[in-house]
Design a binder for this molecule. Sequence first.
Ligand SMILES: [Zn+2]
Length: 273
Amino acid sequence: MKIIDAHLHFCPGEPGYFEEIALAAGHENTESHLRKEYARLGIAGGVVMGNGVLSLKEHEKYPEYLRYCIGLDSFYLQESGGRVTAEAWDLVERHLQRETCAGIKLYPGYNPYYITDPMYGPCYELAAAYGKPVAVHMGETAGTGAVLKYSHPLTMDEAAAAHPRVQFVMCHFGNPWLQDAACVVRKNENVRADLSGLLEGRIVMEDFFREQGGYISYLDTWLRYMGDYGKLMFGTDWPLANLEDYIEFTKRIIPERWWEAVFSGNAAEVYGF
Ligand SMILES: [Zn+2]
């Protein structure tokens, strides 16, 4: 079965946070290790959720099996004093003109602005013009500096309704607000979701499913309510979680007849593989 990882972060060799979480997940934060693991597990490619600066050069570092979303993260928005300049939108457009750029990534929560903030207007215009998706961090945030009300999945409903020509991707299925996430994905034809960020580190599958039985049944309930598993995409949030665990976990929560769509078909369509 072909697999595409619809959500990863690519900061190889960066000491500190990324190195620590990679080790905790049983991995090494290097490109050669990622390449080897993808090959071993049948992962044909992945979508990097861009962090850091907007320069064109910064996003030329990805190996051939990865595409990227150009990200407006808190690093960028703090540097810019909380506004996206016209020059920045020009740069975003130049990214979108590249075949390797698969879309735009927004980070509400980490940025204290709703995705309906008027400053993001050009984001949706560009996404519609280039036919590329807007992926949005939704749900819980790492660390304590962020503000959760901005990353609540219900906030995507208004943006999706206002921009029907834009394909939205709700990252992390809005975890842990799964009920709201299911409702927003179900209601809006132009919203799909990735299943990254639900696991961290290494897990022992049987223990996890036993100890987290309440959570698993809640997840199962709202995935079923949503109805269309075909709107979901496999993603690992590499290097946050163990890749092999993630494949096994996803197989357990998604009925087998949907595996093709969830593991690759949907990502191929949305991110253009
Ligand atoms: Zn992520």
